[in-house]
Ligand binder design. Structure first.
Ligand code: PMP
Ligand code: GLU
Length: 407
């Protein structure tokens, strides 16, 4: 059977593939420690679970409106006004099958074939394929390791051409564990004032996972709150990370003012693709956004502790250079210092792929090769610390032994 070329050329999600490889070895009985997927180890807070169960018992078993129930959309709009400073109404919100689906809808609705999309790299692995599926041309704007892989407004402006239509921002960043300061976000918005044809897609799924304990300057600002781009920012977020709800598959996209037109287009497309998410999840969204702040804060504190642990362990490993993670749950390590060396099991380490494969097979520690994150990622690897502290300590012990054994 012939598979359409646009999908034939589509890469598998390498984060999911790395997680699956680690799981497959574990299923064979090997004691694998996985630092692959960015998935909180916590279970969803009980009040959120109860809200969904109560929804099922109350008979919320029929289709919901495509964009979500009025209550759930209003809860999201109110959260975005209260916490993020967006002038967003319920009509400017659509609830999607995870943030991934929201990003897919956004790209399909914003990008014409041949349009250029600016993507600061390293960037999460799914942006590039989703932009290409929509017919867009990815224009990478690589960040330098020495600046925490963060691009500046000037870097972005240099990459703009008459064909640029979209800028994808993901701060806090997967995979780098670094984030733009509020001033840096304001500078980007001010720069965009001179480029009214560009829409911003701001993926804010890690907004709650920020660690001022590690860097007192770490602080989050939604670019959609900046007046220069308030009407042309699509804000993407979801429940997966902050609320430990990856398996629930709940995300959303939101916009204010004229940007609402793009949300209406996304809802039309969604109505043909998936319709709404399960109806009994709608009360759980309200419960999460309005009555779960303490649970989110206690998970955030645990991630902050793990970020500090990872930073401390990496600092003692001169072969791996990473910016200190101050947000999200990733450390992105540059491997240049160990390239060309041979692993304890005799594998030549030439890039992130080789490093990740050797570490998994020899030390039974799963990480994600940096290659598919683009930019400087080919010679890097991503470590997720969304796992228990003991698991993390043992994985880093194994990593240290592996590095000590390099020849
Ligand atoms: N954006 C980023 C930056 C991510 O790391 C992820 C990871 N899952 C997603 C979006 C998608 O999240 P989900 O579909 O689980 O909401
Ligand atoms: N976003 C997470 C990660 O980067 C989950 C897997 C995925 O959807 O990519 O590991």
């Amino acid at each position: 059977m012939r598979v359409a070329s646009r999908v034939r050329s589509l890469a598998e999600s390498s984060t999911l593939a790395a997680a699956a490889r680690a799981r497959a070895l574990a299923a064979e009985g090997r004691p694998v420690l996985s630092l692959t997927a960015g998935e909180p180890d916590f279970t969803t807070p009980a009040n959120i679970v109860e809200a969904a169960i109560a929804g099922l018992r109350a008979g919320l078993t029929h289709y919901a409106p495509t964009a979500g129930t009025p209550d759930a959309r209003a809860a999201i709009a109110s959260k975005l006004r209260r916490e993020n400073g967006l002038a967003c109404e319920a009509s400017g919100v659509t609830i999607t099958v995870g943030a991934k689906h929201a990003l897919h809808l956004a790209m399909e609705c914003l990008v014409e074939p041949g349009d250029e999309v600016l993507l600061p790299t390293p960037a999460w692995v799914s942006y590039d394929p989703l932009i290409r599926l929509a017919g867009g041309t990815v224009v990478e704007v690589p960040g330098e390791a020495s600046r925490g892989y963060l691009v500046t407004a000037e870097d972005l402006e240099r990459a703009i051409t008459p064909r640029t239509r979209v800028l994808v921002l993901n701060s806090p960043s997967n995979p780098t564990g670094t984030m733009h300061s509020p001033d840096s976000i304001r500078e980007i918005a001010a720069m965009l004032a001179g480029h009214p044809e560009i829409t911003v897609v701001s993926d804010e799924i890690y907004e709650k996972l920020v660690y001022p304990e590690i860097d007192p300057a770490a602080s989050f600002l939604s670019i959609g709150s900046c007046p220069e781009v308030a009407d042309r920012t699509i804000t993407i977020n979801g429940m997966s990370k902050a609320f430990a709800m990856t398996g629930w598959r709940i995300g959303y996209a939101a916009a204010a003012g004229e940007g609402t037109e793009a949300i209406r287009a996304m809802i039309r497309l969604q109505g043909q693709m998936t319709n709404g998410i399960p109806t009994f999840l709608m009360p759980a969204i309200v419960e999460a956004l309005e009555r779960s702040a303490d649970a989110v804060e206690s998970m955030r504190k645990a991630f902050a502790r793990r970020a500090a642990l990872v930073a401390q362990r990496l600092a003692a490993m001169p072969g791996l250079q990473a910016p200190t993670p101050t947000c999200a749950f990733y450390a992105f390590t540059d491997l240049t210092a160990i390239l060309g060396r041979t692993s304890p099991g005799g594998r030549l380490i030439e890039d992130g792929d080789g490093f990740a494969a050797a570490l998994l097979e020899e030390a039974l520690v799963g990480v994600v090769s940096g290659r598919d994150f683009g930019g400087p990622g080919r010679t890097a690897a991503r470590f997720s610390f969304a796992c228990g502290d003991d698991h993390l300590v043992e994985a880093f012990d194994r990593l240290e032994t592996f590095l000590d054994g390099l020849r």
